[in-house]
Write a protein that binds this ligand. Sequence first.
Ligand SMILES: Nc1ncnc2c1ncn2[C@@H]1O[C@H](COP(=O)(O)OP(=O)(O)OP(=O)(O)O)[C@@H](O)[C@H]1O
Length: 231
Amino acid sequence: MSNKVIQLERAFIYQRNYLVLSNVDFELNEGEFAYLIGKTGSGKSSLLKVLYGDLPLNEGYGKVGGIELNGMSTGKIPNLRRHLGIVFQDFQLLLDRNVEKNLSFVLKATGWKDKTLINDRIDEVLESVGMISKKKMMPFRLSGGEQQRISIARALLNHPELILADEPTGNLDPETSVEIMNLILNLSKEKNVAVLMATHDYNIIQKFPAKTFKCEDGKVHVAESESLFLG
Ligand SMILES: Nc1ncnc2c1ncn2[C@@H]1O[C@H](COP(=O)(O)OP(=O)(O)OP(=O)(O)O)[C@@H](O)[C@H]1O
């Protein structure tokens, strides 16, 4: 039996008192890549937020990277976050410091202390996204695609079992989107990292077909291929 990195059983997902998704049964295996699609407002970001501990799971069962989501106190969130990497549409790099300091900030915040180990890990993740030459650059001097590579490097820092990506190609031109997709898929394979990627980018889905979950009418289901392109 393969290991599950995400397990949701009969989960109900709320934004405050508003029920966004009901009765969600959802699983992702170790090293598996899957898309999460659905119209604007259908609940993709809400589902991802539950998975990274930004929204509580009060009804149903949930486990991510071996950590149970139910009744998780705020104090346990850093522990959950150490098991996963998050990539956003708008990169969310700290603009007041260079690439290296963006990455060391995350390592220090997650308990790394040894300067040599920190430096070595930063070099490793930058090498893996092809950005070692940008180590001393300020984020605003990088292109969108380069900034997304740095944010992927940041997501890899703590050897995650899972990367949650919310529209990672949403701010990129089509050619750069393809480059970023190739990078994400290669890293997922090489490092056996599972990826759940929310997207509206049907060109990308067509070009890189994979298992696809769809949020629709308050439910999540595995999308049939013929329904993928109907919005
Ligand atoms: N903070 C909030 N408080 C109350 N309702 C919210 C909040 N955030 C989102 N919602 C509602 O929850 C529903 C799901 O939103 P969500 O952001 O998960 O959708 P989405 O599928 O990610 O949309 P998009 O593709 O536009 O990012 C929407 O109806 C939205 O209006």
